[in-house]
Design a binder for this molecule. Structure first.
Ligand code: SIN
Ligand code: CO
Length: 382
């Protein structure tokens, strides 16, 4: 059944994916009617002061760009003034349940593509300058108004020596002022410049596109961790050679044969992809329960209240394997179906019948702080 979404300006998901996704920008007025934002500027500034958030402060004064990385102290904000600065905080969905709820609107894009929900706050004239990203991004306007200028330009020259990536020759082809609830979709590499018209907050829902170079490098790291080659170099028939400094062709042949034994197949690549894409970023830490319940008690509570994932948990599935925060867990068909519901919905209802094998995995995740019985869910708010 074709369902047209307000979120996509009356387009169906199929139409959006066919005509816009990775192809061209789409401006959607009132994508989320009545949306005024999830947090207040003051809460964002406090979040920027907590050690486990990734925060950046960008200022643009007298023609010079400056970038400071968080975590910040409140004193850092004293000289900021009333205009021309922006505070950006990554991963709001890891701290705020409402942010994780907002992401559910974008469930028509696979979770494997999701990066995070970033939020920015800027007083009048604040912005991060004209730039391009290698992400697909939905820029959803919260509080206030932001002027977005965009261009498909091929000139990607950056200002040399600037502390952040700013385009030297940005020539806007289109511009709009976005009000609360309006949203702009941009494919990767479209140049854009967002300037605050007044006190303004923007929510960026980013979808990452790993480069082939990144995939290749990371796959080699994965292979290294999973490599198992037996045997060792041997030369019982060693021949004399006139130049002892030369690597002999015998040695080369033997090394070549050993290295040619390194093989991989599609399931190794699937395993790598699941582990890599579900691996939390380096600054993410979980809070395991200090006094975890014994398995028996956990079972009772989980069965009666259901299970909810911690906001920081990343979970993906493929072919009877569930990848939880960078680790692969094989499952039989029926268990997989249950775990896939947990991955899709980020929770399991109380009524779900949980076999012992699923329960054992969930218990292990509970002791690692990856999930909670729903009644015990951490509702952290900034
Ligand atoms: C912002 O919210 O100020 C910047 C978002 C972006 O350009 O990607
Ligand atoms: Co951008």
């Amino acid at each position: 059944m074709k369902k047209n979404l307000t979120l996509l300006g009356g387009l169906s998901v199929k139409e959006f994916l066919r005509d816009y996704w990775q192809k061209k920008p789409l401006l959607i007025r009132q994508a989320i009617p009545d949306f005024t934002g999830l947090i207040k500027p003051q809460q964002l500034m406090s979040l920027a002061c907590t050690p486990d958030t990734q925060a950046r402060l960008v200022t643009h004064k007298r023609g010079a760009w400056q970038l400071q990385q968080g975590p910040f102290e409140t004193e850092d904000f004293s000289g900021l003034g009333k205009t021309r600065w922006t505070m950006l905080v990554q991963g709001l969905n890891h701290f705020l349940p409402q942010a994780a709820e907002l992401l559910k609107h974008f469930n028509f894009i696979p979770h494997a593509r999701l990066d995070d929900l970033m939020v920015s706050y800027a007083p009048k004239a604040g912005g991060v300058g004209p730039h391009f990203d290698s992400y697909d991004v939905f820029l959803l306007q919260g509080m206030g108004h932001r002027r977005w200028q965009i261009s498909e330009q091929k000139d990607r020259t950056l200002i040399e020596g600037a502390p952040l990536r700013i385009l030297q020759n940005f020539i806007p082809e289109n511009e709009w002022i976005l009000a609360p609830g309006d949203m702009l979709y941009l494919p990767p590499h479209w140049a854009h410049n967002g300037i605050a018209e007044d006190d303004c907050m923007t929510y960026s829902i980013g979808f990452r596109t790993p480069s082939y170079q990144e995939l290749g490098e990371q796959f080699l790291i994965y292979l290294q961790d999973n490599l198992c080659l037996d045997g060792m170099y041997a030369d019982p028939d060693l021949k004399t050679q006139s130049h002892p400094s030369e690597i002999s062709s015998d040695m080369l042949r033997q090394a070549e044969q050993a290295i040619n034994r390194i093989k991989w197949n599609k399931s190794d690549i699937a395993n790598f992809l699941g582990c890599y894409l579900s691996e939390p970023k380096a600054h993410i830490f979980f809070d395991p329960p200090e006094n975890p319940w014994p398995l028996k008690r956990f079972k009772q509570v989980a069965q009666t209240s259901g299970i909810t994932l911690d906001l920081k948990t990343q979970i993906l599935c493929h072919n009877d394997t569930v990848f939880i925060n960078g680790e692969a867990h094989g499952a039989d068909r029926d268990d997989y179906k249950i775990l896939r519901i947990l991955a899709d919905e980020r929770q399991l209802a109380a009524s779900t019948q949980l076999p012992d094998t699923v329960m054992t995995l969930l218990y292990q995740c509970y002791t690692d702080g990856y999930l909670f019985p729903t009644s015990n869910q951490q509702m952290s708010a900034p």
